[in-house]
Ligand binder design. Structure first.
Ligand code: SF4
Length: 400
């Protein structure tokens, strides 16, 4: 658990890091207008956001029933479902499937970060590669994602070039351009995609009625991670379940719009392993895509959080809009945060997954300006929850 002194020390270090501040400043340019422009151009998004808000509230209320429905749907579609109470349960289950000496490709998943999955699989003797470019840079840097959607938001192009040169031996010219890095990383990862034994992804939403998982992206790496290896493992928080596939797709559309990537290049729907019945109408699993699909649903504090004001945070669709809007985050990124999550939503997610003791000191840096509340597409009273966490923490401090 980080003390308030430790948190302040980290924040000052980030403030004094000129490259860090320059990259954040560049990435934040225009962030105020990006989403409003999308909402203006695609008027139906606001209505979809309202629908998704109500659907998220309802699904959190009905989570126990939806998990039961999901179990039935998973049986029908051939998805192997595992409910993990803790991060350790999830790691061990996935580690048990993969074993050791395997090549694993990962697409960006904050829950995989939350449970320390990559490090765990590496320690077990597997070769594991992040395939989202930003997340790969985080892997090479040995740090944590600095934004929910843009993990390497704190890196200038020079810093990114240095990393891929030094850690992967890629040939990046002096005075690098983002295009140079993208082209070299693409070439490097092609071989990993095609030879991988396992692909691991997260999920933007999970439909209880079909056990279908919806994933939204621009890079195209999710298509490869979920389509090329013979086995696909999905790891996601339990709160990602919604009632229907229709709502799951709508949620992915809203997430993309508020993450300012609309229209998204790809929306993937995965409902079970690939199969064919083209010969004598006999169903054979493992056609061109994976022959097995595992869905690991992680609790790790989520179900318990429903009994407290943290309940409202569970409907978060992880668009990261609140982070861009927050005057503190814009100077610190997720340095102001717990081991995984940072910024406005991240303080509350730290509370959900690690408890008041871990989240408490972080809340003291919040200005309570409420800008995060105003921009949240699913109307989460983020600052109010931070305030509640702060009260809990201060009460404990005063009583101890
Ligand atoms: S209320 Fe706190 S978390 Fe929200 S935008 Fe303001 S400073 Fe950031």
């Amino acid at each position: 658990m980080a003390s308030i002194e430790e948190i302040i020390r980290r924040v000052y270090k980030a403030l004094e890091d000129e490259e860090f501040q320059e990259a954040l400043w560049k990435a934040s340019l225009g962030s105020e207008v990006r989403v409003p422009r999308i909402l203006q151009n695609y008027e139906y998004i606001r209505e979809l956001a309202r629908e998704v808000t109500e659907a998220r509230k309802k699904s959190i209320d009905r989570l126990d029933e939806l998990i039961e429905e999901l179990k039935d749907s998973a049986r029908k579609t051939g998805v192997k479902l595992f409910l993990a109470d803790t991060a350790e349960d999830a790691r061990e289950y996935i580690g048990g499937i993969i074993g050791k000496g395997k090549l694993v490709v990962l697409s960006k998943s904050m829950v995989a970060e939350e449970i320390g999955l990559r490090e765990y699989l590496e320690e077990k003797g597997n070769e594991v590669w992040e395939t989202d470019l930003g997340q790969l840079l985080i892997q090479l840097e040995g740090s944590k994602p600095m934004h929910t959607i843009a993990p390497a938001v704190h890196m200038t192009v020079e810093r990114a070039a240095r990393l891929v040169r030094e850690k992967l031996g890629l040939e990046i010219p002096d005075n690098p351009r983002p295009e140079d890095i993208v082209a070299e990383v693409r070439r490097f990862l092609r071989e990993k995609f095609t030879n991988a034994d396992y692909g691991i992804s997260g999920a933007n939403a999970i439909a209880a009625d079909t056990a279908a998982v919806v994933l939204v992206e621009n890079e195209g790496n999710i298509r490869l991670v979920t389509g090329l290896p013979p086995s696909h493992i999905i790891v996601a928080g339990m709160e990602k379940i919604v009632e229907t596939l229709e709502l799951a797709v709508k949620q992915a559309m809203v997430q993309a719009a508020y993450a300012s990537i609309y229209p998204p290049t790809y929306i993937n729907i995965i409902a079970g392993p690939s199969s064919t019945a083209d010969i004598e109408h006999t169903r054979v699993y493992g056609a061109h895509g994976p022959r097995e699909v595992h869905l690991v649903l992680v609790d790790n504090g989520r179900m318990k959080a429903r009994e407290t004001p943290l309940r409202d945070q569970l409907r978060c669709i992880r668009c990261g809009r609140c982070q861009w809007e927050c005057p503190v985050w814009r100077h610190t990124a997720n340095i102001w945060g717990g081991p995984t999550y940072g910024g406005p939503m991240g303080i509350n997610w730290t509370g959900i997954t690690l408890g008041v003791e871990e989240a408490g000191p972080l809340t003291l840096l919040c200005l309570q300006c409420r800008r995060c509340d105003v921009v949240c597409p699913v109307e989460i009273p983020i600052s109010r929850i931070i305030h509640w966490l702060r009260r809990q923490y201060m009460d404990r401090l005063l009583l101890s």
